[in-house]
Design a protein around this ligand. Structure first.
Ligand SMILES: Nc1ncnc2c1ncn2[C@@H]1O[C@H](COP(=O)(O)OP(=O)(O)OP(=O)(O)O)[C@@H](O)[C@H]1O
Ligand SMILES: [Mg+2]
Length: 627
């Protein structure tokens, strides 16, 4: 398990880390020591005022000291809060940045095994829960130890017998341990209940989930499940809080016994010798003052465990040994490098390419892959992530998704890829746009291996229109500029016009500035697809890869694609995957795939002329399906 040392190491990477921590822990020690001195001055005030005829003049010095000590205490507490806040936010920020940098380079397959909620929780809840290690656990341990040691030393100088009262603490601990065991059991039960509830909410309270429940008359059943889950949580939380309250009662009882015992010892001392009333007050105050540090010191066990577990989860991400999807240097991530000159010749070349999807365990992060949802319990800000690893079947070596695939596309050439579902067409597309790198052989864009091409070069040269277009929850303008930051208004309007989105634009409340996407105006599947085409037009790429752009979409989108292929994209290298063979009859070359291999290549005319050919059979099958 991660420790405070790991937290310190990560914190050490921020500027002036040592200075901040030294200052923080110094003021913490000062804040703990000052009240000890205050009690000594109080005793002196009482002793001075106990003398017959004593007046204000006799305690002026002490009063000044009391004021100075109190002001110093206030200043130390203030400083500790400010510095603690600084250290906490810096540590969280550092962890978040390191996790983000790691996650953003993960193989895309990783994101198919995780839920957004789990990622969000790791970047927010877990990153901030680790703060406790620096600003609560370490300082509490330091300051409580200072107070306890200081108090014990002072009490032992008054009378060694006072120390014997400390025996009450271990007795009290027996009860507290019992309560803690109950608290842990209840917390676990509560986690489980919350986990179930949150995954229910996740699957049922979404656009699709609510629609599904309504369409199938399951709303009241879903409500019943929600109520039952919520009740379980309320009940466990109530019991848990009850046990938490009882630990307070045990501490209270223990210190009441110690205080009474201390007064008894003082009464005994008074009877046997000289004992000033100030000393009695001093003893009572010290014994009382012990309660808080003892309680905090014992109480740090739970926050420490929680913060260490959270840090563990953050480190699982930061230190995961998963190979990045592509070798991306830091500078490449932050500043796009100028587009590198690409060599003349074919725009896209596959040479003896094979590809195997990695096993899940090779890119799984504990608790994130196949993760449940992140959860926090009211009053117990814990996050709970299901730690189920990948199931054993996920881990068997996968067959090759592509084997020995070779072809090339020259500028102005339109190449189509067809084949049955699962033949490897989308895999081929993801290698062509450098989202994945080949396991064997070489994929070259503009004569350069995709493995060596910076992301920025690929981004500038390649447009990818996939079947599921991701629309950012931003304006249409922002969605277009995301692909081509330098595009001007006229270019954007032209691209929208070519993609047949002009009419839609005219009907939207804010035109091109209308916010679209998940929480904005929802684009239909065909509209989103055409937005992707507009993005591709604006980009002025050298290579366009379209993955089944017409499979389930409308006639408008199909006609847009046909038009742009003949106009905007006619001088480019185009790779298009299609189910609907009618869209690719004009292709310069058609590649037929099966089980990851190219089994036929040629024009529509030559391929359809082979009666036993796979392409001819595909055409036959589609004709029959169309009736
Ligand atoms: N992320 C992944 N991890 C593991 N295997 C995968 C992954 N994606 C695809 N595969 C497997 O690779 C093979 C090829 O899949 P691919 O998506 O390339 O097929 P496709 O030809 O595009 O099919 P479709 O026409 O249905 O889109 C399939 O057997 C599929 O199960
Ligand atoms: Mg596919």
């Amino acid at each position: 398990m991660a420790t405070e040392r790991d937290a310190l190491r990560i914190f050490g990477t921020i500027p002036r880390a040592k200075l901040i921590l030294t200052a923080l822990y110094s003021v913490q020690i000062l804040a703990a020591a000052l009240p000890l001195a205050t009690v000594v001055v109080l005793k002196s005030v009482i002793d001075s005022l106990s003398a017959k005829g004593a007046g204000i003049g006799d305690v002026l010095g002490e009063l000044t000291w009391l004021l100075v000590l109190s002001l110093l205490s206030v200043a130390a507490e203030f400083g500790a809060r400010l510095l603690g806040n600084l250290a906490a936010t810096e540590l969280t920020g550092r962890l978040q940045l390191q996790m983000y940098d790691r996650l953003v380079t993960m193989p895309l397959a990783f994101f198919t095994t995780t839920k957004t909620g789990a990622l969000v929780s790791r970047l927010t809840n877990d990153a901030s829960a680790t703060q406790d290690l620096l600003v609560s656990v370490i300082p509490t341990t330091i300051s409580s130890s200072v107070t306890i040691v200081g108090t014990v030393v002072i009490l032992s100088t008054i009378d060694l017998r006072l120390i014997a009262l400390g025996v009450v603490i271990p007795i009290c601990l027996i009860f507290i341990r019992r309560a803690e065991a109950r608290i842990n059991a209840m917390a676990t039960a509560s986690f489980d209940a919350l986990k179930d509830l949150s995954s229910d909410i996740d699957s049922t309270l979404s656009f699709e989930g609510v629609a599904l429940a309504r369409e199938n008359g399951q709303v009241s059943r879903e409500r019943g499940r929600f109520v039952a889950g919520a009740r379980t949580i309320i009940r466990t939380t109530r019991i848990l809080n009850g046990w938490a309250a009882s630990t307070n009662a045990y501490y209270g009882t223990a210190f009441a016994l110690m205080t009474t015992g201390a007064i008894a010892v003082c009464a005994f001392l008074k009877a046997t010798g000289t004992f000033e009333i100030g000393t009695l007050v001093l003893v009572i105050l010290y014994v009382q003052q012990l309660q808080r540090p003892v309680q905090s010191l014992i109480g740090t066990r739970y926050p420490r465990y929680r913060a260490r577990a959270a840090l563990d989860r953050c480190l699982d991400v930061i230190r995961s040994s998963i190979q990045p999807a592509k070798p991306t240097s830091e500078s490449d991530l932050l500043v796009p490098s100028p587009v590198e000159s690409l060599l003349p010749g074919p725009v896209l070349e596959f040479e003896g390419v094979s590809f195997r999807y990695p096993t899940v365990s090779s890119y799984a992060i504990p608790g994130l892959s196949h993760a449940g949802n992140a959860i926090s319990i009211p009053g117990l800000p814990l996050t709970w992530l299901e730690n189920a690893g990948p199931s054993p079947t996920d881990d068997q070596a996968r067959p090759l998704a592509l084997s020995d695939v070779s072809f090339s596309i020259a500028p102005g050439e339109f190449v189509a890829v067809v084949g049955r579902s699962g033949a490897g067409k989308s895999t081929l597309a993801s290698l062509a746009v450098a989202l994945d790198l080949p396991s064997g052989g070489d994929v070259r864009i503009g004569g350069r291996s995709t493995a060596a091409l910076p992301d920025s070069t690929v981004a500038a040269r390649v447009a990818h229109i996939s079947q599921s277009t991701y629309v950012l929850h931003e304006s249409i303008r922002a969605n277009l500029l995301y692909a081509s930051p330098a595009a001007d208004e006229a270019e954007m309007l032209r691209a929208l016009e070519l993609a047949q989105l002009a009419e839609l634009m005219a009907n939207l409340p804010d035109g091109i500035d209308t916010v679209v996407g998940e929480k904005g105006h929802r684009l239909s599947g065909g509209e989103a697809q055409r937005l992707a085409i507009a993005r591709a037009i604006l980009k002025k790429p050298t290579l366009v890869v379209l993955d089944e752009p017409t499979a389930h979409l409308d006639a408008i989108t199909e006609s847009v694609i046909k038009t742009v292929l003949l106009t905007e994209f006619s001088q480019l290298a185009v790779l298009m995957i299609a189910h609907r063979l009618s869209t690719i009859m004009d292709a310069d070359r058609i590649i037929v795939m099966e089980s990851g291999r190219i089994i036929e290549q040629g024009t529509h005319r030559t391929l359809s002329g082979r009666p036993d050919g796979r392409y001819a059979r595909l055409i036959e099958a589609q004709r029959e399906a169309a009736g």
